[in-house]
Design a protein around this ligand. Structure first.
Ligand SMILES: Nc1ncnc2c1ncn2[C@@H]1O[C@H](COP(=O)(O)OP(=O)(O)OP(=O)(O)O)[C@@H](O)[C@H]1O
Ligand SMILES: [Mg+2]
Length: 250
């Protein structure tokens, strides 16, 4: 996909010049341009998948470095390039400090513009990929997992059967699943999953506040179809050593 660029230019003349330059570029599209700093900031929020924002040194009414700072705070993933008629060190330093990725000469030809836009856009896309994968690890809500509890109103109504099928269906859809048998008196997951495992929830209760990742890995059984399984104690007497808890739920 071509790089997507938004521009803030101080006049219709400069706007036309930049639009004509972009006509010559094969790998970048000028999505839109704006004539004031306020309109530019609003537009940056309206267009999805923008890569680069060009901000002309003379764009007003807000001071240009305030505009850059505002844009970079609101959209840290966007690469902002200051388009400047002068390339002095003070302009460069002020642009960098405000959050720009670089300074492009106002009289750049198509080739230079294309190179600078491409480099800035690649940075933006790399950053967005990292942000997206980080947000997969921890969703914006901050919630890493969800607990679904199934409990039968009375015995023998199919609670364990439903729970096993639900866990398998979720695992098939690439969800991370931990199937926990809280029927401490008569949990019978091993017979449903055809498994033998000597650890159970009792081992974790014994460790109480001191549960390490290693201990958890040892206690959980990993079903070849995906779900991790935390079993109820194999005997009812073992369950009695556990402190009182909620009613059985499997
Ligand atoms: N939809 C269904 N149709 C027919 N039989 C079923 C269905 N669901 C479960 N069963 C059968 O009913 C019996 C009880 O099922 P299950 O063990 O899942 O119930 P439960 O509510 O967990 O029982 P318990 O109170 O013993 O924990 C099992 O033999 C199971 O194969
Ligand atoms: Mg059951």
């Amino acid at each position: 996909m071509n790089f997507r660029v938004l521009a803030g230019m101080p006049s219709s003349e400069t706007e036309m010049v930049v639009a004509a330059r972009f006509e010559e570029l094969a790998g970048a599209d000028l999505v839109s341009s704006r004539l004031t700093s306020t309109d530019l900031i609003n537009a940056a929020g309206e267009y999805s998948d923008l890569d680069v924002v060009l901000v002309h040194r003379e764009l007003g009414p807000a001071p240009v470095f305030d505009t850059i700072r505002d844009l970079s705070h609101r959209h840290p993933q966007l690469a902002i390039l200051l388009v400047s008629p002068s390339m002095d060190p003070d302009t460069f330093t002020a642009a960098m400090e405000a959050g720009a990725r670089g300074v492009v000469p106002a009289d750049s030809g198509a080739t230079e513009l294309e190179t600078r836009v491409a480099k800035a856009a690649e940075w933006s896309r790399t950053l967005r990929r990292h942000l997206e994968s980080a947000s997969l690890e921890l969703p914006a809500s901050g919630v890493r997992g969800r607990i679904v509890t199934l409990s039968g109103a009375k015995g023998g109504v199919g609670t364990t059967t439903c729970t096993v099928h639900l866990a398998m269906a979720a695992a098939r859809r690439d969800r991370l699943v931990c199937l926990v048998d809280l029927d401490l008196q008569a949990g019978d997951l091993p017979s449903y999953l055809n498994l033998q495992h000597r650890r159970s929830i009792t081992d974790l209760v014994d460790a109480a506040d001191d549960i390490s990742p290693g201990m958890l890995a040892e206690t959980l059984y990993v079903d070849p179809r995906g779900p991790h399984v935390l079993l109820a104690p194999s005997t009812a007497s073992a369950a009695r050593t556990s402190p009182p808890g909620p009613p059985a739920a499997s």
